[in-house]
Design a protein around this ligand. Structure first.
Ligand SMILES: NC(=O)c1ccc[n+]([C@@H]2O[C@H](COP(=O)([O-])OP(=O)(O)OC[C@H]3O[C@@H](n4cnc5c(N)ncnc54)[C@H](O)[C@@H]3O)[C@@H](O)[C@H]2O)c1
Length: 344
């Protein structure tokens, strides 16, 4: 499968291009509204430069279209691209609001266009190390999931100008990860959010989120994010999954298993790094779906559930943490078997 890359900005250069290069995926054509950016991506990949997304999509050597543009222009862009019928991997979120994203998914389905969304955190190698333990039953019944993140995006740029960017743009990765780990979509969200004095982003840069589920067996899930940590030395990323038989925990780079029987902690094999491996995963999974008919775990339709949770969290934060219903039916409880879809 040869890729046409639309949008050659930050994430394309930092993650998509290195990921596809490392995985041996051919990038046949690139384009960007800013010609220098397209030229730079073309130099890095050996791809041809197309003048527009439409021209790129119509090329015979482009089999799948990778969209790495900002969400605001995405509806018009995707509708143009749908006309070619070619499969699309789009960066998240599909749109900032649920009705627009739902319409985009419905239109793709009606036209028979395969549409996937780049939920790369699902493929992070340290997370995959935890999935392996869950699939093997090493954790037993999971009763708590914690995600804790300390980073700094205290900048004034297009994404931080959206008042809900913390939930809809960045934090959507972690509500999505919670859906994958629990095998469930929550029915309600309670979120409180905060700001830093003098911050540049338009909306909150800090959150605590709790998720509520339809069934009593669901784990307790809490997500915290301080996206204005003052010093890089204090950046921290932790995923902790507690089961009755063991705790599994991951950072960006490593994962451990802490057995409940008192036996020594075990360092888990982490096969790769977030960049490039988490970024090749979504594209390779889409190509597998297209070539073998395997399910598409990160379909546009599936993305709507994660977007609904993120939207509910943003609404809850505006109401001082009031429990807010997720505008999406609770999905079936899927257990751990589905996690195999993310393993290399
Ligand atoms: N999955 C992740 O981990 C992750 C991380 C960062 C950003 N993102 C997402 O990736 C997307 C892009 O973010 P970014 O930080 O790279 O933005 P960016 O502004 O750095 O780059 C976007 C590029 O798209 C180009 N562009 C916009 N419309 C276009 C069009 N119609 N045709 C061709 N080029 C067009 C712009 O000129 C720009 O160069 C966003 O949806 C963002 O949320 C995802």
């Amino acid at each position: 499968m040869r890729v046409g890359l639309v949008g050659c900005g930050r994430i394309a250069h930092e993650a998509h291009v290195p990921a596809y290069t490392a995985a041996g995926i051919t990038v046949a054509a690139v384009c960007d509204l800013i010609p220098d950016r397209a030229a730079s991506a073309a130099r890095a990949t050996g791809a041809a430069v197309a003048t527009t997304a439409q021209e790129l999509a119509q090329r015979d050597d482009v089999d799948v279209i990778d969209v790495a543009t900002p969400p605001s222009g995405r509806p018009d862009l995707l509708r143009e691209l749908y006309r070619t019928g070619k499969p699309i991997l789009s960066q998240k979120p599909l749109a900032y609001d649920l009705p627009t994203a739902t319409a985009l998914v419905q239109e793709a389905e009606d036209l028979g266009v395969a549409l996937a969304v780049n939920h790369n955190a699902r493929w992070a190698p340290a997370h995959c190390a935890i999935y392996r333990q869950m699939i093997d039953g090493a954790l037993g019944q999971v009763y708590a999931v914690q995600h804790h993140n300390r980073f700094n995006e205290d900048v004034d740029t297009w994404y931080t100008r959206h008042p809900d960017y913390l939930f809809l743009d960045h934090g959507i990765h972690y509500v999505d990860l919670a859906r994958v780990l629990t095998g469930r979509t929550p029915t309600a969200v309670a979120a409180v959010a905060g700001t830093r004095p003098g911050q540049r982003p338009a909306g909150p840069v800090i959150y605590s989120v709790n998720l509520r589920y339809a069934d009593d067996e669901a784990p307790h899930v809490v997500l915290t994010f301080v996206n204005t940590a003052p010093a890089p030395a204090g950046f921290d990323f932790r995923l902790i999954v507690d089961g009755v038989d063991a705790t599994a925990q991951a950072t960006l780079f490593a994962a451990d298993l802490l057995p409940a029987d008192g036996s020594p902690p075990r360092t888990l094999d982490v096969l790769g790094e977030w960049t490039p491996d988490a970024f090749s995963g979504p594209l390779l999974s889409l190509t597998r779906h297209l070539t073998t008919g395997d399910p598409l775990p990160h379909s546009g339709r599936d993305h709507l559930a994660s977007l609904a949770v993120a939207v509910a969290a943003a609404q809850s934060a505006k109401q001082a943490g009031a429990w807010t219903a997720v505008d999406h039916p609770p999905t079936e409880v899927t257990g751990s078997a589905h996690l195999a879809a993310y393993l290399p």
